[in-house]
Design a protein around this ligand. Structure first.
Ligand code: FES
Ligand code: MG
Length: 591
């Protein structure tokens, strides 16, 4: 039984408002002018926006232009009227200085569009990294019925008889290039091989992570996140998604009904089980903020850290997106978690009107090598920890990627495998790193800890994915695979480096990273979740005073108005990198 009566549809205020026939005529005539009929706009059909993120500038999401046709068919079949609308493009690999600068811009634009136009429900076309959080954040703020549709990952890439995963293969190839094993053409060939079709990154990078979590939160139809972009099921689920959003409007099923605190806890557990990106806490914390749901990096540690890694996808494992779909995708992961009682809240409603438990209980993994059973996971305790200390108040680390070799070379005490010390080598931004990393006079050795600062939301507006720094070429040639990295920037979800990321406060806020100097000793203690510079409190205070007296940690000039506004308004990573004050606006569609 519908909860919503036709006269309650917000689009009636535009298209059928008996109290203001003049305005109704004005609104109507222009929406009729390309061929819509009065019957469509005035006979109580829900108006459904298709928030289109695909364009020639956004190749990862470009296939949504095709899929939108099936979404329209589904909307019409269920008695709705589709209106497709553009979303500000966010292409992870194409936007400078970084795509994440534009997450909040696309968010603002979509909030304004959904609020200001005759829209009763919305299909969120998600995919490439930042498109998913941007659209879910907007849906959270506006709070009209919304359903997400993933564009799907690319087909598996292959190179030299092996799966070549997006991003991951580039991090490997750049090491081969640096050590002279391949030349420039070889490098490009490998890169292109990893991108064989339409769709988003086929690794468990930020895109697969965020699309999986959109399903885990309950905002997508079950099983839909993992379907590869070119598969027939992708078109079919697009049709089903279009049909379903019309029903959701009549049921008045809103983002705030689905994305509850409990749903975020489920998503955190799912993130650990899939081996999700370190970008996920930033984005989920942001979505939660816009709903008024409390969520912090401490929750990521307490809810997610002990959950095992079940999904054997690159960069942590060996498979790619097609394999994940064939093995059962997100429902199979949830099914495994349910079986072991690890999913904290199975009874939460999802976009299809059923609970996540009902949707997934009978959908076990069909390939135990791709989605492993809980009894034999790829890794134990695959979630994040939240480190604190005089270096920062909060930074995320995935402890499951720390190799035994890494532990050995940094041990401060051979009896304690969880405490490391190393000599800091500090870089001020990615350009500085590129200039100095291979310079032998920097004396970077296998006991160094590489630190990247000036790469956070303000320092490099939006936060650069640059913390996963490679070791100097001379160390790589000598067989040292990776050095630990710390930074106030982010790391690509496609990288498996042992890094401490998303540090807040960032250097321009004059926190611990800003007073750190090359040659300082850093101590990381995983027993107490701390990271500290080993200097006296007096020394720390006098360095900080000197820094502030000198005008603070310098950031480069903004190149565009948006960069300036972003820097003035942005909150730190642990608060989701949201815009200050935006979280004061809730349920705006009802206003
Ligand atoms: Fe768009 Fe990876 S670059 S999904
Ligand atoms: Mg990325």
């Amino acid at each position: 039984m519908p909860n919503m009566q036709p006269n309650d549809l917000r689009s009636r205020q535009w298209f059928n408002n008996p109290e203001n026939r003049e305005m109704t005529a004005l609104y109507l005539e222009r929406y009729l002018n390309y061929g819509l009929t009065r019957e469509e706009l005035q006979s109580n059909k829900p108006i459904i926006a298709i928030a289109q993120t695909g364009s020639d500038l956004s190749p990862c999401n470009r296939h949504h232009i095709e899929l939108a046709k099936r979404v329209r068919d589904g909307i019409i079949a269920a008695g709705g009227v589709p209106l497709e609308m553009p979303v500000h493009p966010i292409q992870e690999t194409g936007k400078r200085p970084t795509a994440s600068l534009d997450r909040n811009l696309a968010y603002l634009g979509l909030v304004e569009t959904l609020y200001g136009y005759p829209v009763d429900g919305v299909v969120l076309t998600i995919g490439c990294d930042k498109t998913t959080p941007a659209l879910l954040m907007a849906a959270a703020t506006v709070n009209i019925p919304a359903i997400a549709l993933s564009v799907g990952p690319m087909l598996n890439g292959w190179w030299d008889g092996e799966r070549a995963g997006s991003g991951t293969v580039i991090w490997k190839a750049r090491e081969k290039l640096a050590s002279g094993e391949i030349d420039e053409d070889g490098f490009m060939e490998i890169a292109a091989a990893s991108a064989p079709s339409v769709g988003y990154c086929n690794t468990m990078g930020t895109a697969t992570t965020m699309n999986s979590l959109a399903e885990g939160l309950g905002m997508q139809l079950p099983g839909s996140a993992a379907i590869p972009a070119p598969y027939r099921e992708r078109g079919q689920i697009s049709y089903e998604t279009g049909k379903r959003i019309v029903e959701m409007v009549w049921e008045d099923l809103r983002p705030s009904d689905i994305m509850t605190r409990e749903a975020f806890e489920n998503a955190i557990v799912i993130n650990s089980a899939i081996g999700g990106s370190t970008n996920a806490p930033i984005h989920l914390n942001a979505i939660a903020r816009h709903l008024g749901v409390p969520l912090s990096n401490d929750d990521w540690q307490s809810v997610g850290h002990d959950v095992p890694l079940l999904v054997n996808l690159q960069p942590a494992g060996k498979y790619l997106g097609e394999d994940f779909h064939r093995a059962g995708g997100v429902p199979a992961v949830v099914s495994a978690l349910l079986g072991d009682g690890l999913l904290p809240h199975p009874d939460l409603v999802t976009a299809n009107g059923k609970t996540i438990g009902e949707n997934c209980a009978l959908r076990p993994s069909t390939n135990d090598d791709v989605i492993l059973p809980i009894a034999a996971p790829l890794k134990e305790a695959a979630g994040f920890i939240n480190l604190k200390g005089n270096l920062f108040d909060s930074a995320i680390m995935k402890t499951s990627v720390i190799s035994p070799a890494f532990r050995k070379s940094y041990l401060s005490n051979p009896d304690d495998l969880n405490a490391f010390e190393g000599r800091a080598v500090v870089f001020d931004g990615p350009e500085d790193y590129h200039h100095r990393i291979d310079d032998p006079s920097e004396k970077i050795d296998e006991n160094s800890i590489l630190v990247m600062r000036g790469a956070g939301p303000k320092g490099y507006p939006g936060g650069a994915e640059v913390v996963n720094m490679r070791a100097p070429a001379y160390l790589l040639k000598a067989g040292v695979e990776a050095l630990p990295c710390i930074g106030d920037g982010r790391q690509s979800g496609t990288s498996g480096s042992p890094s401490i990321l998303n540090a807040a406060p960032e250097a321009p806020d004059n926190g611990g990273l800003a007073v750190l100097q090359t040659g300082d000793t850093i101590r990381i203690d995983l027993n107490e979740f701390s990271a500290n510079i080993l200097i006296s409190e007096d020394e720390y205070a006098s360095r900080r005073e000197a820094l502030i007296a000198a005008g603070g940690f310098a950031v480069p000039e903004s190149q565009t108005p948006w960069q300036q506004y972003f820097r003035e308004l942005v909150e730190p990573f642990d608060k989701g990198m949201t815009l200050r004050g935006a979280d004061n606006y809730k349920d705006v569609a009802r206003k």
